[in-house]
Every structure is written in structure tokens, then in C-alpha cells.
Design a protein around this ligand. Structure first.
Ligand code: 13P
Length: 344
């Protein structure tokens, strides 16, 4: 395995491949399993993730890396093989979520600050030994303009924490994915999302410079510029693409090798269509790909539903979404391909 930060970061965004965000905390995966009627136990979580990592065609051809949760990076497959080893065997890179979640920011109702810096240096050392070569830290920024959310304090504190995390990762030989997620839950329009995301990214890169983080060895995981769910608006993919790319040109240094989106609550096909529209108006100075959780896993979760006899169908559903997003990361997706593939 390559060990230079730049090489790892470049491999994470190479050839249209993207990242599988399988780092749901035990609380979040329980919510996902509740939907499909599966009890969340150590074994069921292991079986589910093992099913994904053994989907060889999807993993080998379309997935560059997998973000794991603390429990999963230490787990073994049913036959005793470490799950990290299964991932490595497909050529994908194991990664680890290292933040401990977004907590209320005192004094700023509606804002959050992501915690997890204390003891991080030691935890990163441990994760490196377990095989992680990249990490993820997610800051959460909500929009509620009437209430003054987000505050400048929230944007600043989260950017500072992301920069401290990123510097610690690089010291440990681990590529930091920096994720300042502006939520799409609110009632805001596309232009408000543009302005808030712009403020968050400008602050983030100012803090990363100040912390002496080597941008060549980082990946940005942002939201797209999109209207909030409660706005009742559905934006055209072309408009999302045009504004998202304009925003990145104004804020993301070209030293950053890659941008890998979160899906954030978009439907599976929307997340693919929008990624495709963004790449279709390229070329861009960065690779632009996916680091999807829900938009890659909703279909396989449903197909699996906790049953051994459904493993092949679930792996096929995962392959389909991984392949569609791989095409979109190259600007080669079309709705026809989507239909042809799902009929196959
Ligand atoms: P979603 O794609 O489900 O938003 O999750 C990606 C992720 O890792 C958020 O931190």
C-alpha cells in the first residue's frame, strides 16, 4: 500500500471511483435497520457490512475507500478474516470516522460543535495500526436564517476543530477527509445554501492554512449547493451543478486533489444525477466524486433485509448504485443507463 499522504488522497478519488461511507454510529445504523425490520446487534451489523465488503465487483471497480466506525474496524468476518482485510483484498483503502459527534454549541441555540479532539493523537495511532489510511470528521451546520443560524462562532469553531483534526491526522500518516456539512433540512433556497457554504469553506481553508495542513494530502467532503427540503423547491440538476462549481472555484484551492460529496438526504438517483451534472460541465481542477452513505446503501439495505438468502440481491443493488455513481463521477451517466441497468 502507498504511504505518502498525496498518494493516498489521489487514490481515494482516482478513475471515477468514490468512497463508501459505512461509518454509521451504532445509534444511526439502528435507525437504518429499524426501517428494514432488522434488530441491530454486533452480529447483524457485522453481517451487513461483510455483505457489502464482499460485493467484489462493486468494490473492485467502483469503490476507492470505505469509512468505518470504531466497532467495524475491529470486527472480523464470520470466517475470522478481519473486515479491514476484506476491504484491502478488493484494492480499496480502509478509513475511519474519528469525531464523536455534533453537540449543542453553548450560547448559540440551534448551532452545534463537533467534539472528539481530546485523545485523538493516541486514537489515530491505534487506527493506523488497525489499517486506516484516511479519516473523517464531520462538522454539522444547520441553516435557520430567522434564528441567526449558523452563527459566525459556529462556523469558526467548527473550522478550527476540523483544522486541528486534519493536522493530527497528517502527523499520524492518515489523510483527513474534512467535512463541513451544511444540512439540506432547512427551508432555505439555493442562494442561501451558496452563501452559508461559501462562508464555511472560506473559514475552513483559512484555518487549514493556519494549522499548516498540507492540502495535497486532504480530501474535501462537502454538500452540494441545493435548496432545503422544507423550502418545497426542487432545483434542476444544471442549476445545482452551475452554482456548486462556481462556489468551489471561489473557495477550494486547486492544491486539494479531490472533492467527494456527501448525499445528505438526496434520493439515490438525485445524488447520482447531480454529481453527473457537476462533472458534465468540467473539466475541473479537482477530481469530483462521491462519498455517499445513504445514497449508496438504501437500496442494498432494503434488498438485504437481514436475510442470508438475500445477500446476492443486496450485492447486486449495491453494485448498481456504485456503478451509476462511478459513471456520474466521470460525467458519463444518463437516465437511460439507470433504467437499462436496473432492468438487467
Ligand atoms: P450521507 O451520504 O448519507 O449524507 O452520509 C455521508 C456521510 O458520511 C455523512 O457524514
Amino acid at each position: 500500500m502507498t504511504e505518502r499522504l498525496e498518494d493516498i488522497a489521489n487514490a481515494m478519488v482516482a478513475d471515477g471511483k468514490g468512497i463508501l461511507a459505512a461509518d454509521e454510529s451504532s445509534g444511526t445504523i439502528k435507525k437504518r435497520f429499524d426501517v428494514i425490520g432488522v434488530a441491530s446487534t454486533e452480529d447483524s451489523r457485522r453481517d451487513y457490512r461483510e455483505m457489502m465488503f464482499r460485493a467484489t465487483e462493486a468494490m473492485r471497480n467502483h469503490i476507492s475507500g470505505v469509512i468505518l466506525y470504531d466497532e467495524t474496524i475491529r470486527q472480523k468476518a464470520a470466517d475470522g478474516t478481519p473486515l479491514v482485510e476484506l476491504i484491502r483484498q478488493t484494492g480499496a483503502i480502509p478509513g475511519i470516522k474519528v469525531d464523536s459527534g455534533a453537540k449543542p454549541l453553548p450560547g448559540f441555540p440551534g448551532d452545534t460543535i463537533t467534539e472528539g479532539l481530546d485523545g485523538l493523537r493516541e486514537r489515530l495511532k491505534d487506527y493506523y495500526e488497525l489499517g486506516a489510511r484516511f479519516a473523517k470528521w464531520r462538522a454539522v451546520i444547520d441553516i435557520d436564517t430567522a434564528k441567526g443560524v449558523p452563527s459566525a462562532t459556529s462556523i469558526g469553531s467548527n473550522a478550527h476543530a476540523l483544522a486541528r483534526y486534519a493536522a493530527l491526522c497528517q502527523e499520524a500518516g492518515i489523510v483527513p477527509i474534512v467535512e463541513p456539512e451544511v444540512l439540506m433540512d432547512g427551508a432555505h433556497d439555493l442562494d442561501t445554501c451558496f452563501e452559508v457554504t461559501k462562508a464555511a469553506l472560506l473559514k475552513l481553508y483559512a484555518e487549514l492554512y493556519a494549522a499548516r495542513v498540507k492540502l495535497e494530502g486532504t480530501i474535501l467532503k462537502p454538500n452540494m449547493v441545493i435548496s432545503g427540503k422544507k423550502s418545497g423547491r426542487t432545483d434542476r440538476a444544471e442549476e445545482i451543478a452551475e452554482k456548486t462549481v462556481r462556489l468551489f472555484r471561489e473557495t477550494v484551492p486547486v492544491a486539494v486533489p479531490g472533492i467527494a460529496f456527501l448525499s445528505g438526504g438526496q434520493s439515490d438517483e438525485q445524488a447520482t444525477e447531480n454529481l453527473n451534472a457537476i462533472n458534465a460541465i468540467g473539466p475541473h481542477p479537482w477530481k469530483i466524486t462521491f462519498s455517499y452513505g445513504r445514497a449508496l446503501q438504501a437500496a442494498p439495505q432494503k434488498a438485504w433485509s437481514g436475510k442470508t438468502e438475500n445477500v446476492a440481491a443486496a450485492q447486486a443493488a449495491f453494485l448498481h448504485r456504485a456503478r451509476m455513481n462511478w459513471l456520474a463521477a466521470q460525467g458519463k451517466w444518463s437516465p437511460d443507463l439507470e433504467k437499462a441497468a436496473s432492468a438487467a
